[in-house]
Ligand binder design. Structure first.
Ligand code: ZN
Length: 296
């Protein structure tokens, strides 16, 4: 999420320069939080980074439907209608002696608290062996560097798809970040097995190399869907609406519906970094759309 405005190159540059974010884009200060749970034999921990309210201004959710239609969906779910509440977070996975972090949040320069949440989980950044990136928007890669621009996970490989690394490198506002992490980056092809029990699952449309990650242990499975859906309410109730954060809106909407349809049939556990913390639950069919059921 947060491509507009938080994921924009201009914003990355603004944060790098220490400039204030526009009021509408300010993540509210979040309390650090870490919630552990199991998928089969694997230990996972949801880590909180930030809270955010996207204004219902017709530029992000329901671009083709308009703010009144979005307001109606929010009201029907009993949610506040003035904006769309979103979390930002990361997911820690312990597997085969490796400590893997999926996405890094906004980073300390933009007031993300993922590092403090990691400390609550009893993990120091130098223990992380692999950082898996779903995509290179700022609210997912901002935490790759410290407040002074140094690599935040000094001993980790930073892994993303070939296309996503190319995309990140192509953005003028990402030059400092790219320079800081380039020695750590390892790329992979869509669909790759990136670790024992962890497979990259391409979900096209959000960014050029956006990927989900499937985590499997025995018969248990969890899919970290990245930014395949942003709001646990609006994105599920109306998956076909144009989402302003998607780079390719038509493809993003088609991928979202296909993925939600599959998840509503498999009933596997889902981690969605922008859904309410701890962002874990299942997707269920409801009318022409879907509904989020939080919990394991
Ligand atoms: Zn995002």
């Amino acid at each position: 999420m947060l491509e507009r405005p938080l994921c924009s190159a201009a914003l990355i540059a603004a944060v790098a320069l220490g400039l204030a974010l526009p009021a509408a884009a300010q993540p509210a200060p979040a309390q650090p939080a870490a919630q552990a749970f199991k998928v089969g034999a694997l230990e996972l921990t949801a880590l909180k980074d930030a809270e955010f309210v996207a204004p219902n201004d017709g530029k992000t959710f329901g671009v083709d439907a308009g703010p009144a239609a979005v307001e109606k969906v929010l009201a029907e779910a009993g949610a506040p209608t003035t904006g769309i509440r979103l979390s930002v977070g990361g997911l820690l996975v312990r597997t085969g002696g490796r400590l893997m972090l999926i996405d890094t949040g906004l980073g300390p320069a933009a007031h993300g608290v993922l590092m403090q949440s990691l400390a609550k989980a009893g993990v120091s950044p130098d223990q992380v062996t692999d950082v898996l990136i779903t995509h290179s928007h700022f609210d997912h890669v901002g935490g790759l560097v410290t407040a002074d621009g140094k690599p935040a996970f000094a001993n980790a490989k930073v892994r993303m798809t070939v296309k996503e690394w190319a995309f990140l490198q192509s953005q003028a506002g990402s030059k400092a970040l790219v320079a800081a992490i380039s020695g750590q980056v390892e790329t992979f092809q869509p669909g790759a097995v990136v670790a024992p029990g962890i497979t990259a699952v391409p979900v096209d449309g959000h960014t050029p190399g956006h990927t989900a990650y499937e985590i499997a242990s025995g018969d248990a499975r969890l899919l970290d869907i990245g930014d395949s859906a942003h709001s646990s309410i609006v994105s599920l109730a109306r998956p076909d609406w144009v989402m302003g954060y998607d780079g390719d809106a038509k493809l993003g909407a088609a991928s979202r519906r296909a993925l939600l349809t599959r998840l509503s049939k498999s009933h596997e556990t889902v981690y969605a970094p922008h859904f309410p913390f701890p962002s874990v639950g299942t997707v269920n069919a409801a009318g022409a759309g879907f509904v989020w059921k939080p919990g394991l």
